[in-house]
Design a protein around this ligand. Structure first.
Ligand SMILES: [Zn+2]
Length: 433
């Protein structure tokens, strides 16, 4: 057992936050870091193993073995997480890191792409420090998420591993358009595309400018003016064209969908995930199960909105209507066995509170704690196509490691206070004394 002083030294050897930020992640030294764990949670089985040491070399986990079998060698850095519960870094598959929590839509119109990128720098750090070592960012103007991802990968700024979509595709006047100003201003959302030819062009344009996946708006939404969350927006044929092009070019498709018809059409078109799913019905549930489509509920934001939100009137009633039915419909889908990946819509509530979504799953919807943990690890990694890279603590995967005070299977709320964060072998947050 290390003393506090030696722990501090060990963390410094591993690299203090400030020092690490100055160097690209790729330059993380190829020496060994031994992470001595108190309790190691296997998110596949729910088993807890005491006294394990995770050997980290460069960005990845080299081995995991009982601590007695792993002697420190000269030059090894040692991190002592004795007494803590260690688990894989969490994953949020629905974030908007370049956006801030701001419900004055007319003020949002004044936000430049440069400001979005700066927002992204701050929010990426906040999200990482909350224990989320990977995110899928689904919707950002001006490809600001592409630049944020690249800056994080280059080690310029701290943040989670990111997959990004660029601007979300949507119909003219739909949830992903800008409907706030009259015609004379000719304001059009970055991702607006109508008809087969235009959606094909937009998919290809997003990929050209750096998108890892394609986000579409299949139905109306809540935080948009003049549209109906229950109404389908893209047609089945348009979505089939989007999915065909995206998949052919190696990109997955995430579909914002509240209304039941839009969920069903998007699923039939072959999208990889349904985001929100508020009005999901039995027909959509059956089709999603048949195809293995993921559902990404975003429910904590409703609690936060009810408690602290201040939406303009043309958003507020839609939030009330959707909130009245979403949790019971999502609970029904969960119980029916639809695959769930954790996503939060971070930006609709303040960034960094992402783990509150797990509290909703377990303590409001009755999901088993281990199943909830898997939505934020194994399932989320699977949806992102990153099962070989993250989502579990295993040799060969990124050393994305977090630690909390107690076993989250006893109380998932402990994940709202993550004490230690390592991403790709670099320590960003140390345990507090
Ligand atoms: Zn969203």
């Amino acid at each position: 057992m290390l003393t506090r002083k030696s722990l501090a030294i060990a963390l410094m050897v591993a690299g203090s936050t400030v020092a690490v930020l100055a160097q690209p992640a790729a330059q993380a030294a190829a020496k060994r870091t031994l992470v001595r764990t108190g309790h190691l949670l296997d998110v596949k089985t729910g088993k807890v193993f005491d006294g394990q040491t995770i050997v980290v070399v460069g960005e990845t986990i080299q081995s995991i073995a009982p601590t007695a079998e792993v002697q420190a060698q000269a030059g090894d850095a040692v991190i002592d997480l004795g007494g803590m519960t260690v688990l894989p870094g969490l994953i949020d598959v629905h974030t908007h890191l370049t956006m801030n929590t701001d419900f004055d839509p007319y003020r949002e119109l004044t936000v430049t792409d440069a400001k979005k990128a700066i927002n992204g720098v701050a929010n990426a750090r906040t999200t990482l420090m909350a224990g989320f070592t990977s995110v899928r960012n689904v919707g950002a103007g001006g490809y600001t998420d592409v630049d944020l991802r690249d800056a994080i990968n280059a080690g310029q700024v701290p943040g989670p591993h990111m997959l990004v979509s660029g601007p979300a595709l949507g119909i003219t006047g739909g949830h992903c358009d800008e409907n706030l100003l009259p015609l004379k201003y000719h304001l059009v959302g970055d991702g607006v595309a109508d008809g087969i030819a235009e959606v094909q062009h937009k998919v290809r344009q997003n990929i050209k400018y750096g998108a890892d996946l394609i986000k579409i708006c299949a139905t109306g939404g809540v935080l948009s003016k003049g549209d109906d969350p229950q109404a389908s927006q893209y047609t089945l044929e348009e979505m089939q064209a989007i999915v065909a092009d995206a998949h052919r070019l190696g990109r997955k498709v995430a579909a914002h969908a509240h209304g039941a018809q839009g969920i069903l059409w998007a699923t039939e078109a072959g999208v990889d995930s349904i985001e929100h799913g508020s009005y999901i019905d039995d027909a959509a549930i059956a089709e999603m199960k048949k195809r293995g489509t993921y559902l990404v509920p975003t429910l904590y934001l409703e609690d936060w909105q009810i408690e602290k939100g201040s939406l303009p009137a043309f958003y507020h009633q839609k939030m009330v209507d959707v909130s009245a039915v979403a949790k019971s419909n999502i609970k029904h889908a969960m119980q029916a066995g639809v695959k769930i990946a954790l996503g939060t819509d971070a930006a609709v509530y303040p960034h960094g509170l992402n783990a509150h979504e797990l509290d909703v799953y377990v303590n409001q919807l009755g999901m088993a704690p281990l199943a909830a943990m898997q939505t934020a690890t194994l399932n989320a990694a699977d949806l992102m196509g990153w099962s070989a890279k993250t989502g579990a603590l295993e040799p060969g995967k990124w050393a994305d490691i977090i630690a909390v005070d107690r076993n989250p299977l006893d109380d998932v709320r402990v994940l709202q206070d993550v004490k230690f964060v390592m991403k790709a072998g670099v320590v960003f947050k140390g345990p507090r004394d």
